[in-house]
Design a protein around this ligand. Structure first.
Ligand code: NOJ
Length: 766
């Protein structure tokens, strides 16, 4: 934006303020000489009518294209009128400089006060150039890479006019049946908190006024990941201790990282819908945590308070939501239709609106939108930044780091680069759409590098591709039904014939990208459709199989684990999927990913997670024929792959676990050190993990809890000493009332390369 333009915008904003017939002009003029955002916010608030205040709390979905209100969008004309009146504070799903500029211009130049819009968008794992889905990124345990991936998303989105992302989703989830596990950091609150901070820092950068940084949003506050039975939009009933120890820590971490916004959830929490939950939003978030950003509702969720049966109608819902601290209404029309009347008839106090509006204006000031509402609307930048080579390199790097080697018998991997006959089988191997996942609002369909394309770049081998079976038939767009092929085996024979001729078979099987994500819970965690049958049929022809999994959640691949010698977890890795997978398969990249969620043996074990509590009957009694202990009679308790599991093409050995002291007073720190050696033949990286167990507590404690990790690069033969510190911040826990307790007693420390750790030591807290 040129200097002249900036001045025009400023002049316009000031003249709009001065032209208004409000007696408080002086206050605004004063605010021009003040530096503090708080004073500017206060001055502006004084000029606003009740309707304009409500307007700031109203968010509309995009309805505008460059030629006018989009005819297909319901209420377009009405929304346009509201925009001109200053009755819209934010829009979502408007993208591209041209479109953003168009709506921003109306808000800034046609409304009475000229308050700029904040433009929101779901930049979940990138904008146009897509990184791996968040669950996959979390498998890297590489906080720098995760932060960088978020900053790539921010750079592209901001170049398209967007200044606010509805990410990161920091919901802890233990149930693989829930479709949205793909969008989070997995099952662990410690890892989840670190990832939440990395993502917030990546989106927001060190200066929010920069044109390549955007406001982030910690969502979905709170406990959306604990929906009963893994079913989407379902009820949540959890204890206070679970809320405080598992659900809230990543949100607190995001708040500590100065995340500018929160979004609440579609769920209820113990009977109170999150959107109307004063305890969560007023007592904890804005009270105890003293957080000063704003809370946006989820789509239509304010209206849904009535659907839950917690409010009698929309008016009641609006009252409950605003009282509970929901500051902005995403598309339920409850605020715009009801709030002004609720104030005018004295049902609610205007100070509730003032609090919400101040929070919203504050973020707009912090983004620099008042200084230049078109800060994010630079056409040249849009052209130069979106999809540039640097971003492709960054998402490729992230994709490689996200891959987890689950199994590798007899070093079947890496593949030889020459002289092998390879049969590549599976519809997902050639799919350029599925690897983009279900969140890709701004990315073009079919733009991922497929595994087939990635492998074709290695020309030294004879590569034959056969589909074998479809995963999907028909359309897979957001609202359309996803059809899974459950019957067609007509191409099995071609695949079997190719496998018979091959030295090694690579099979890319799993879920389509549209089988996980919002609204996509499953009760079956096996390979969908006829893929399991295909796998078994090919196995009969050639046992030398490398199974490459594509999926947005843990799958129950128990048969494969028993029979298939090599298994690679490749999730949905975004735009550069095929290049990343090929580099790992051929050994140009040594995998170091570790699972952020436990993989079950079968769906009946879910929710299954490593940090479960002890029970009164935890292990077989002396007589193991007895049935009276915590177990199933048809499957063992252990998972198929534990949390934190992941192999490398090299080997790591752990030794010399040492504690700085074996007994410490509450409040004292303890240092834990361990030597890790790369004993294999390749350079590699290992995620060194530290867990604790608190044996006796005033409430029952988990059998293990992650309390430290470090991603350590080790050259072949190299040893490093890794140190961790344990103190009050890691040794305590919350009780059911949210009190943080550090209790004296005996603890165990575990260190190793997964939650099934190798080394242990005890200490006592006195
Ligand atoms: C609903 C989803 O739950 C939320 O995460 C998302 O940000 C909004 N829709 C906006 O698209």
């Amino acid at each position: 934006m040129s200097y002249t333009n900036k001045m025009v915008v400023l002049a316009l904003t000031i003249s709009t303020f001065m032209g208004c017939k409000d007696n408080n002009q002086v206050a605004v003029l004063e605010s021009k000489t003040e530096n503090s955002i708080e004073q500017k916010v206060d001055s502006l608030l004084k000029l606003m009518t009740v309707e304009e205040k409500v307007g700031q709390m109203n968010q509309y979905n995009g309805f505008w294209d460059v030629t006018g209100p989009t005819p297909t969008e319901g209420n377009a004309e009405k929304k346009y009128e509201h925009l001109k009146k200053g009755w819209v504070g934010s829009m979502l799903n408007v993208k591209g400089v041209e479109n953003v500029k168009t709506v921003q211009k109306i808000a800034v130049e046609e409304s009475r006060l000229g308050i700029p819009l904040i433009i929101g968008f779901d930049v979940i794992h990138g904008y146009k150039t897509l990184s791996p889905i968040p669950l996959a990124e979390s498998a890297s345990w590489d906080l720098e890479a995760i932060k960088n991936s978020a900053s790539v998303g921010a750079a592209e989105a901001s170049a398209a006019g967007i200044n606010w992302t509805f990410a990161p989703m920091v919901d802890i989830s233990q149930d693989a049946k829930w479709g949205r596990v793909m969008e989070g950091g997995g099952e662990d609150p410690y890892l989840g908190s670190k990832i939440a901070q990395a993502r917030v820092n990546g989106f927001q950068g060190d200066d929010l006024t920069k044109p390549n940084t955007i406001a982030a949003c910690a969502k979905h506050f709170a406990a959306y990941g604990f929906g009963e039975a893994g079913k989407e939009y379902n009820t949540v009933d959890i204890s206070g201790a679970t809320l405080h120890n598992l659900v809230l820590p990543p949100f607190k971490a995001a708040a500590d990282a100065n995340v500018k916004t929160f979004m609440n959830g579609f769920n209820d929490l113990n009977g109170i819908p999150a959107t109307s939950n004063s305890f969560l939003q007023r007592d904890i978030l804005k009270g105890k945590w003293n957080w000063n950003g704003f809370v946006v509702s989820d789509w239509a969720s304010i209206g849904e308070i009535a659907t839950w049966g917690r409010a009698k109608d929309k008016r009641d819902a609006a009252k409950l939501a605003v009282t509970a601290g929901s500051d902005m209404d995403m598309e339920s029309y409850a605020y715009i239709e009801e709030l002004a009347n609720l104030v005018k008839d004295g049902t609610i106090d205007e100070s509730l609106l003032d609090d919400a509006v101040k929070r919203i204006l504050r973020v707009k000031f912090e983004l620099g939108l008042f200084e230049d509402p078109y800060r994010y609307c630079d056409k040249a930048r849009e052209k130069e930044v979106i999809g540039n080579k640097k971003h492709h390199d960054a998402v490729l790097d992230m994709a490689k780091k996200s891959i987890v080697l689950l199994k590798n018998e007899n070093n079947l991997l890496p593949l030889k680069k020459e002289g092998q006959k390879i049969a590549l089988i599976g519809a997902l191997a050639s799919d350029k759409n599925s690897p983009l996942g279900s969140w890709r609002l701004a990315s073009d369909d079919n733009t991922a590098v497929s595994v087939l394309e990635g492998m074709q770049k290695y020309k030294g081998n004879n590569l034959v591709y056969k589909k074998g079976a479809d995963v999907t038939v028909g359309k897979t767009a957001f609202t359309k039904e996803l059809h899974i092929n459950t019957t067609d085996k007509s191409e099995f024979n071609d695949a079997i014939a190719a496998a018979k001729q091959a030295d090694v078979v690579v099979m890319v099987l799993g879920e389509h990208g549209f089988q996980s994500g919002e609204g996509r819970s499953r009760t079956n965690l096996q390979l969908p459709g006829v893929q399991q049958e295909l796998l078994e049929a090919v196995y009969k022809a050639n046992k030398n199989i490398v199974l490459v999994l594509n999926n947005g959640r843990p799958l129950a691949i128990t048969w494969a684990d028993k029979h298939i010698p090599a298994i690679v977890e490749a999730w949905q890795l975004g735009t550069q999927t095929g290049n990343a997978v090929a580099e790992v398969l051929y050994g140009d990249y040594n995998p170091s990913g570790k699972l952020p969620m436990t993989f079950p043996r079968n769906v009946g074990q879910t929710p299954i997670y490593y940090n479960h509590k002890s029970t009164g009957r935890p292990v077989p009694m002396a007589d193991t024929t007895m049935v009276f202990w915590t177990h199933y009679s048809d499957v063992e308790n252990s998972p198929l792959y534990p949390f934190g599991h992941g192999l490398s093409y090299t080997d790591f050995k752990y030794k010399n676990l040492k504690l700085s002291k074996t007994s410490a007073a509450v409040g004292e720190a303890i240092t834990v050190s361990v030597d890790v050696t790369n004993t294999g033949k390749l350079d590699g990286k290992e995620v060194v993990q530290l867990y604790i167990r608190d044996f006796v507590g005033s409430i029952v404690r988990p059998v293990k809890e992650l309390k430290g990790f470090e991603l350590v690069p080790l050259k072949t033969g190299e040893t490093k000493t890794i140190k961790f510190t344990l103190d009050d911040s890691t040794l305590g826990f919350f009780d059911n009332n949210g009190n943080y307790l550090v209790e004296a007693g005996e603890f165990k420390i575990f260190v190793g390369g997964s939650s099934k750790t190798s080394l242990e030591a005890n200490f006592e807290l006195k």
